[in-house]
Design a protein around this ligand. Structure first.
Ligand code: HSE
Length: 453
């Protein structure tokens, strides 16, 4: 039946008047939590205008209540018990920014069970328990949003879920840990040693509570797991990722890579192949002229190769208090706008459907196909040809062979760039090389990423 549009506006008007403030309970008020409080207060009116209603912090759980009161004042209820925030009837959405995987899982599941939406920047929690948490959220029809968990200031989850929703994603590759990128940049540009650069990153609030998560590549692998779930609709398979950090990286390889026209970056790569998905975090060589090589300090960048949009790249701060708050609040705005109507859209993977759960296997290390950099210490410069010949014999295509610039007190070093080869073939060839009499010390290998569309 025909309805007068003027008539139909009436109930809408009433509905809008009835939309009330979104009441936020926050667990944790450290670097990210205090940034979220500040930005919410500073930009209150603009945020409310964009969200269509006010967003108000009503309760905070903190370990140190005195310190928390110093940050939020007396307008916010304080508790030492996170479970109170997770279950309180006056809280509509729980922001979990305490970190960790054990208790945080219980709080988030409790919040979901009580019908509350959850916003979190906790990548470890989601990478490890995400499949369970997203299934619970879907069941309850609530949102678990996590833009702040991946490359903090860059809206990469929204880019994958919304901007690129039309595309089949082929690969995602990125510098997704600010701390390690900061350390690599400081070591290269200022000659700082590893420990001093890490101490600076910690002082600036970039590093995880346990910085081994950063320097061992674990934090980047948590984020890569979330990116892959969004890109390929696969469950969260953190346990299957290949993870290598920067602790074993030698300054000499940074210099040799430069000599060959490359720069070393800690990269997360998730690539769709016919047989499954590559999921790996490693220090790799990227061409020095490539945009990715220009990403320095604590900045992050993510490239996405998709079938319709082609190659796209996203750049922004990868760590920091208000930088993460920006993403956390964007998720709160999403919650305020949607309020559960489209909660299922926020489940990043299709794991809740049996047919999709096992569709994409994570490929084993041996199956990954890339080019490689090899640094081979030898006894004499004239052994360079023997090294190249040995690799060719083992079916490794050799693209470039050079001698590293001489270094006092060091044996000559043969540098090799290979063509594309399976990791399994390369591992066998390196094993054979290592046994040769010309080779004076352990061979160093790193992957080379062309990052071409
Ligand atoms: N420790 C993380 C990093 C913080 O350095 O990238 C942001 O997730």
């Amino acid at each position: 039946m025909y309805r007068d549009p003027v008539e139909s506006l009436e109930p809408l008007h009433h509905r809008q008047a009835a939309i009330r403030t979104l009441r936020v309970g926050m667990i944790g008020i450290g670097t990210v939590g205090s940034g979220t409080f500040r930005v919410l207060a500073r930009n209150r009116a603009d945020i409310a205008a964009r969200a269509g209603r006010s967003i108000e912090l009503v309760m905070v759980a903190a370990r140190n209540l005195e310190r928390a009161a110093g940050i939020v004042g007396d307008s916010v209820a304080l508790t030492a018990d996170p479970m109170q925030v997770a279950t309180h009837p006056d809280v509509d959405v729980v922001v979990e920014v305490a970190g960790g995987t054990g208790p945080a899982r219980d709080w988030v599941l409790a919040a979901i069970a009580h019908g509350k939406h959850v916003v979190t920047a906790n990548k470890a929690l989601l990478a490890v328990h995400g499949t369970e948490i997203f299934a619970a959220a879907r069941e309850k029809g609530v949102i678990v949003a996590y833009e702040g968990a991946v490359a903090v200031s860059i809206p990469i989850i929204k880019a994958l879920r919304e901007g690129l929703a039309a595309n089949r994603i082929e690969w995602v590759a990125g510098i997704i840990n600010g701390t390690t990128n900061f350390i690599l940049s400081k070591m290269r540009d200022e000659g700082l040693d590893f420990a001093a650069a890490l101490a600076q990153a910690q002082a600036l609030g970039y590093a995880e509570a346990d910085p081994s998560f950063d320097i061992e590549g674990i934090d980047a692998a948590h984020k890569l797991t979330l990116l892959a779930a969004n890109a390929f609709g696969m469950p969260l398979r953190f346990a299957d990722a290949q993870v290598e950090g920067i602790t074993a990286l030698q300054g000499m390889d940074v210099a040799c890579a430069e000599q060959l026209g490359y720069r070393i970056k800690l990269l997360g790569v998730a690539r769709r192949q016919a047989a499954g998905v590559e999921l790996r975090v490693q220090p790799v060589l990227v061409p020095a002229a490539h945009l990715m090589a220009q990403v320095n300090g604590s900045m992050n960048a993510v490239m996405v190769k998709s079938d319709a949009a082609g190659l796209t790249m996203y750049y922004g701060a990868g760590a920091g208090s208000e930088q993460t708050a920006s993403a956390v609040i964007a998720d709160l705005v999403d919650v305020a706008r949607l309020d559960g109507v489209h909660a299922a859209q926020h489940v990043p993977h299709l794991g809740v459907h049996a047919h999709a759960t096992n569709a994409l296997a994570v490929l084993p290390r041996a199956a990954v196909h890339t080019s490689h950099y090899l640094r081979v210490p030898v006894h004499a410069v004239n052994q360079i040809q023997a090294i190249a010949a040995s690799l060719a014999e083992q079916k490794v295509p050799v693209r470039q062979v050079a001698l590293a610039a001489e270094r006092p007190g060091m044996s000559p070093q043969v540098l090799v760039l290979t063509g594309q080869v399976e990791q399994g073939t390369l591992d066998l060839a390196v094993h054979a090389l290592q046994a040769r009499s010309e080779v004076a010390a352990p061979v160093t290998t790193l992957r080379v990423e062309s990052l071409e569309g």
